[in-house]
Design a protein around this ligand. Structure first.
Ligand SMILES: [Zn+2]
Length: 94
């Protein structure tokens, strides 16, 4: 199953601004931790630190067996998870 996980935070609270935050993200998305949680991270895009003001957003594209596995990876992080399908699979039937 394919999922997107969208995480937002205020630019002032950006985890990339602190060593602790960077370590947390590095640990979370380490190959070892992804494997442990049965997560295949297809791709990820973030607006920080490019975006200086307002809200930062991270979009993670994940292959996993269940939404529960994706939830488990992000733990207490505020993240919106949705099951998605490739856009090209939908438009070909238009
Ligand atoms: Zn940020």
């Amino acid at each position: 199953m394919l999922f997107t996980a969208v995480s937002k935070h205020d630019s002032k609270q950006c985890p990339l601004k602190t060593g602790e935050g960077v370590k947390m993200l590095k640990d979370m998305f380490s190959e070892e931790n992804l494997k442990k949680n049965n997560i295949n991270l297809s791709d990820a895009f973030i607006s920080c630190p490019k975006e200086k003001h307002s809200t930062h957003e991270g979009v993670f594209i994940i292959n996993a067996e269940s939404e529960a596995d994706v939830k488990k990876l992000f733990g207490t992080m505020d993240v919106e998870i949705k099951e998605v399908v490739p856009f090209k699979d939908i438009v070909k039937n238009f």
